[in-house]
Design a protein around this ligand. Structure first.
Ligand code: SAH
Length: 530
C-alpha cells in the first residue's frame, strides 16, 4: 500500500536454502537464535517455523505478516498506532483518505454503469474487498444517495475484510453509533446508516452467496496485499538434478515409487532452464551475527523444483518464453487470480463447463439409453445467471503489460523498509499484475469483458476530478484558505503524472458484462449512456 514513494527494489540473495555454514555450526546457531532479541513477536514465530521446516514461500510469509490473527499487520494494528495503519497518522495514506473526491467519482462511475445496464430496479449489491477504514464505501454511498432511483435498488452491501479491528472501524463509519453488530453464519451484519440496508462482513469473498443479482464490486489497494510467489528460471546443475531425481522417488513397503509431478516431462531434468521458487529464509547476519539493522529474513532460491514451481508458472502462457531465458524472474499471485475470477463469475455467470469439469465429464461412463441425467444440484442452479450484470472496478498500483519482478516491498511510518524487517509491524505489498487479472477474469467467465488498465489520472480526469475539485473549493469562503489549499493539493496528488506520481503509478481496470466491445465504460474511453 505505498504510493508516491520511491519503489525500493529488493535485491535477491541467491544463496541456497540452507547455507552451508548453518549446517556446520548448527549447535551454536540454535543457542544464538534463542538469545536473540527479535524485532517483533512474529519474527520469532516465523524464525522458529523456518528453523524447523525450512524456508517458506513468499506467499506464506505475506499471509503471516499481513493477516496472522494474533500478530498480522492488518489484524492486530500496533498498540502505538491502533487502527491507524493508514491515513496521515499511519504507515501510508491511500487515495480515499487523501480526498473525498476519489470516492465520489467511484460512486459516479458506478451510477454510469448502472444506467448503461438498463437501470436494473432491484437486486443491486455493493461488494468491497479490503475496505480499510470504510472511507471509500462511505463516500460512494453518500454520493449515490443523491440519486435515489439508483440507491433505492441496493439490497445488500458486502464488505470482505480479514481484520476484526478494521471491521469495527468500518462499522463506525458506515453505521449509526448505536448500531448492533450481529453475528451470522457467514460473518457479521449491521444496518448501513446511508441506505438502511444490511452490511454483511465476511473474511473471504468465497463465503458470499452466488446469485442472480447485480453486483458492483470495488477493490482499492486490495490486490497488492494478496500473497505472491516468485520464481527464477535457472539452468539446473548436475548436483541439483541428482537431488531432484532422489526427491522424485519415495520409498514404499514394495520399493521405490516415482512421484508423478505435474508439468514434468521425461527430459525436464536434463534439458533447459527450470523454475525455482524464491523462498524466505533466515538472514544469518541478523539471526547469528546479530548485525544491527539487518532484517531477520532474506530471499533464497530453492535448490530444486517444488510443487509450486512445477505448477504455478504453468497457469499462464505468458511465463513460457521467460522460462527459456535463464535468470528471468516472475511473480505470480494465485490468490489474486482466484479473487478476480470470482468477481468475473458474479458478473458474467459461470462458464457452461470449465475445462476441468469437461475433463471430468470425459472420464465419467456414458449414460445408458433411457437413463435419467442427474438433476443439477441446488448450488449449480445458484451459479446460473439469466443475464450478465454488474461491474468490478479495480484500482491499484502495478504493471500494465509486463510481469511484476522484484516488487515485494515494505513500508513503515511512510518510509520504505525491507519487506523482511519488522514482520507484522510493517506493511508488505507487491505490484499487481493487471494483465494477469484480465486474463484470469476472461478465462473464468464468458459473460464478461475487461477494459484497461488505464492510468488513474486518465480515469479520474474523464470522470471530472478537476471540475469536482474546483466546485468544492468555490463552495468554501475565502476565510477557509487552508481548506481550499488542502482540497486542491489532494485532488492534484491523485492525478500527478510525474515519475512517482499517483496518477501514473496507479491504474484502473474494469470488468463489465460482455457486450461484444460495443460499449466502453466511462473512464475507459466510453461516455455516459442510458
Ligand atoms: N481499500 C482501503 C484499504 C487498503 S489496505 C483503502 O484504500 O484505503 C488493504 C485492506 O485489505 C485492509 O482493509 C486489509 O485489512 C484488507 N485485507 C488485506 N488482506 C486481506 C485478505 N487476504 N482478505 C481480506 N481482506 C484483506
Amino acid at each position: 500500500m505505498n504510493h508516491g514513494l520511491k519503489r525500493g527494489t529488493q535485491h535477491l540473495s541467491k544463496q541456497c536454502c540452507q547455507p552451508r555454514f548453518l549446517r556446520a555450526r548448527s549447535r551454536r546457531y540454535i543457542s544464538d537464535i534463542v538469545k536473540k532479541e527479535w524485532s517483533t513477536p512474529l519474527a520469532k514465530i516465523l524464525a522458529d517455523a523456518i528453523r524447523t521446516t525450512g524456508p517458506i514461500s513468499i506467499a506464506a510469509y505475506m499471509r503471516q505478516v499481513l493477516t496472522n490473527p494474533d500478530a498480522g499487520y492488518y489484524t492486530t494494528p500496533s498498540s502505538q498506532s491502533k487502527t491507524e495503519v493508514f491515513g496521515k497518522k499511519g504507515d501510508f495514506i491511500t487515495s480515499p483518505e487523501i480526498t473525498q473526491v476519489f470516492g465520489e467519482l467511484v460512486g459516479i462511475w458506478t451510477l454510469t454503469e448502472w444506467m448503461a445496464q438498463g437501470r436494473p430496479q432491484n437486486g443491486v449489491e455493493l461488494i468491497e474487498v479490503g475496505p480499510g477504514k470504510g472511507t471509500l464505501m462511505g463516500d460512494i454511498l453518500r454520493t449515490i444517495g443523491n440519486f435515489k432511483s439508483f440507491s433505492n435498488t441496493i439490497e445488500t452491501i458486502y464488505l470482505v475484510e480479514a481484520s476484526a479491528p478494521l471491521r469495527e472501524v468500518q462499522k463506525g463509519v458506515l453505521c449509526e453509533p448505536d448500531a448492533v453488530l450481529e453475528e451470522i453464519d457467514i460473518g457479521y451484519r449491521a444496518i448501513n446508516k446511508h441506505t438502511g440496508v444490511p452490511i454483511v462482513w465476511v473474511e473471504d469473498i468465497r463465503l458470499l452467496p452466488y446469485n442472480d443479482k447485480t453486483p458492483f464490486i470495488f477493490a482499492h489497494e486490495f490486490f497488492d496485499a494478496l500473497p505472491i510467489h516468485a520464481f527464477e528460471s535457472v539452468l539446473p546443475s548436475p548436483e541439483s538434478e541428482q537431488k531432484q531425481q532422489q526427491q522424485q522417488q519415495i520409498m514404499t513397503p514394495t520399493g521405490p515409487v516415482e512421484l508423478n509431478q505435474p508439468g514434468k516431462t521425461n527430459n525436464s531434468t536434463s534439458s533447459g532452464p527450470q523454475w525455482r521458487e524464491l523462498m524466505v529464509a533466515l538472514n544469518h547476519k541478523s539471526v547469528i551475527e546479530d548485525v544491527k539493522d539487518e532484517p531477520e529474513f532474506q530471499l533464497s532460491r530453492a535448490k530444486i523444483s517444488t510443487p509450486n514451481s512445477l505448477i504455478l508458472p504453468e497457469i499462464s502462457k505468458r511465463y513460457k518464453y521467460l522460462k527459456s531465458q535463464a535468470g528471468s524472474i516472475i511473480e505470480v499471485s494465485p490468490e489474486s487470480r482466484i479473487y478476480v475470477a470470482d468477481f468475473a463469475r458474479r458478473i458474467g455467470g459461470f462458464n457452461n463447463s470449465t475445462s476441468s469439469e469437461q475433463a471430468l465429464k470425459k472420464k465419467l461412463p456414458n449414460r445408458k439409453p433411457g437413463e435419467v441425467p442427474p438433476k443439477p444440484s441446488k448450488i449449480e442452479n445458484q451459479k446460473k445467471k439469466a443475464r450478465p450484470s454488474g461491474a468490478a472496478l479495480i484500482l491499484d498500483y502495478g504493471t500494465s503489460s509486463t510481469i511484476p519482478v522484484n516488487s515485494l516491498r515494505g513500508i513503515r511510518q511512510h518510509t520504505n523498509v525491507s519487506p523482511f524487517a519488522f514482520p507484522g509491524q510493517a506493511d508488505v505489498s507487491a505490484d499487481v499484475d493487471f494483465t494477469g487479472l484480465a486474463e484470469a477474469a476472461i478465462e473464468a467467465s464468458e459473460g464478461v469483458e475487461v477494459h484497461g488498465p488505464v492510468d488513474q489520472a486518465d480515469f479520474l480526469h474523464s470522470l471530472g476530478i478537476a471540475e469536482r475539485g474546483e466546485q468544492l473549493i468555490s463552495a468554501l469562503s475565502d476565510a477557509d484558505k487552508e481548506k481550499q489549499r488542502n482540497i486542491e493539493t489532494g485532488w492534484k496528488r491523485l492525478v500527478d503524472k510525474g515519475p512517482n506520481g499517483m496518477g501514473k503509478l496507479y491504474k484502473a481496470l474494469a470488468i463489465v458484462p460482455e457486450n461484444g466491445g460495443r460499449r466502453r465504460p466511462v473512464g475507459f474511453g466510453g461516455g455516459v449512456v442510458g
